[in-house]
Design a protein around this ligand. Structure first.
Ligand code: FAD
Ligand code: EPU
Length: 343
């Protein structure tokens, strides 16, 4: 494969297949791709992209990414590593984690040190740097609750900046990095505050049903891993990007209307009124599980997860997604929003 070497030794590959860099295994190509293990390399790649007028795209493990077409810019693989304790007391610890560390390995590492708060987020694929982007969440916990600050390189100025937790504007599957700062920054590290108090959060119904009230954080970690393994397919076996749609949030009046029409509707009231609907239930009800369209289908065990076993194009993936969105809108009057980032 052809490669360009920059003066510092940073190497940029040309015309690179992306199938191995996205968990949906979409066979798109990138005009340029570089694997960066330090901040200097990232800055050099950004300068190269600016000189050549190429859009930079940063990728972790590609577990929340859909390539609708070939990428004509520069893909930067974030592979920064390192974990550093910044502060420790009897009750808590503050740890700075480089963006290229594997998320699940970090969750395990924290638990091994008896630092708690992340165990409900076990087995989520991807790297630490992507966790704040959509404020990853599972089994009653969102990562925002453990984040103290996020450091990033500003793509335009190449300067390092830091936002504290409240400045990140975290919400359900959302943050400032998907809004005002979308495509403007490369997250280089995330600083977490974890507790040493072994309090477990077992509020999520599926979790409460599988562990006793007295469950330790380790019990929660193991239960979450077991529940996830029973219904979420491993991307290596069945290419997927986790939930393909967000669970939609509706107003209190629309919620009431829906309950009147569908007495078995699965929904969760949210603070401030309204409710979050289980999109998987709606898709399941409409018979989409295992129904193959252009070789792409929704998972047999979890209708919210789109599977691409035949490594079809992003267009085929988005075609099925569009059919489902239209059907759910027509039947329930609800708009489903795609969760992964589409390029
Ligand atoms: P990528 O897919 O590489 O990137 C996603 C987006 O973030 C892209 O727009 C990318 O440009 C941007 N990005 C990535 N890294 C950086 C960075 N350093 N700086 C700036 N931007 C960056 N998510 C949940 O919230 N909860 C779940 O329970 C969950 N379960 C999943 C289960 C499966 C089987 C799969 C495949 C996915 C699941 N996901 C879940 C989605 C996914 O794991 C998360 O969104 C994860 O954080 C993505 O990490 P990544 O490194 O693969 O990101
Ligand atoms: N359901 C069905 N049929 C299905 C799927 C779900 O009826 O095929 C119903 C069931 O009643 C179930 C309810 O929907 O009790 C909720 O399902 P589940 O607990 O599997 O959670 P989810 O709402 O489908 C969300 C997240 C997941 C996260 C789980 C656990 C979103 C978009 N998805 O899924 O995150 O792991 O909760 O907290 O919020 C991801 O983002 O990629 C992801 C996997």
């Amino acid at each position: 494969m052809q490669a360009i070497s920059l003066s510092s030794g940073t190497s940029i590959q040309v015309d690179v297949p992306l199938q191995q860099y996205n968990t949906l295994a979409i066979p798109a190509k990138a005009a340029f791709l570089s694997r960066c293990t330090n901040l200097n390399q990232i800055r050099q790649c950004l300068s190269f992209a600016a000189d050549k007028d190429l859009a930079p795209i940063v990728l972790g493990e590609g577990s929340n990414t859909v390539f609708a077409k070939d990428v004509d810019g520069l893909v930067i693989l974030n592979r920064l590593t390192g974990i550093e304790v910044l502060k420790e007391t009897e009750q808590s610890v503050v740890i700075k984690v480089a963006a290229g560390e594997n998320w699940h390995d970090f969750v395990k590492y924290a638990l091994e040190q008896s630092w708690f708060g992340l165990e409900n987020l076990a087995l989520i694929p991807g790297l630490v740097g992507a966790a704040p982007i959509q404020n990853i969440g599972a089994y009653g916990v969102e990562v925002k609750d453990a984040i103290e600050s996020v450091e990033f390189i500003d793509i335009a100025s190449l300067e390092s900046r830091k936002l504290n937790q409240s400045e990140c504007e975290f919400a359900y599957r959302d943050s400032i990095f998907k809004k005002d700062l979308r495509d403007c920054c490369i997250i280089t590290s995330v600083t977490f505050r974890l507790t040493k108090l072994a309090d477990s959060n077992i509020s999520y119904p599926a979790l409460a049903n599988s562990v006793p009230q007295s469950a330790s954080p380790l019990d929660v970690f193991e239960a979450v891993c077991e529940i996830r393994s029973s219904k979420l397919p491993m991307p290596d076996d069945l290419p997927n990007a986790g939930s393909f749609f967000k669970n939609p949030i509706v107003s209190a009046s629309q919620h009431l209307e829906l309950i009147e029409r569908f007495s078995d509707l699965v929904s969760y009231p949210i603070s401030g009124g309204g409710a979050k609907l289980a999109a998987g239930w709606m898709i399941d009800q409409r018979g989409w599980k295992s129904k193959s369209v252009q070789g792409v289908y929704m998972h047999r065990e979890q209708a919210l997860v789109l599977i691409n076993p035949n490594m079809k194009s992003g267009q085929s993936v988005l075609h099925l997604a569009g059919e489902i969105q239209a059907d759910i809108k027509c039947h329930f009057g609800v708009t489903l929003e795609i969760e992964p980032r589409v390029y």
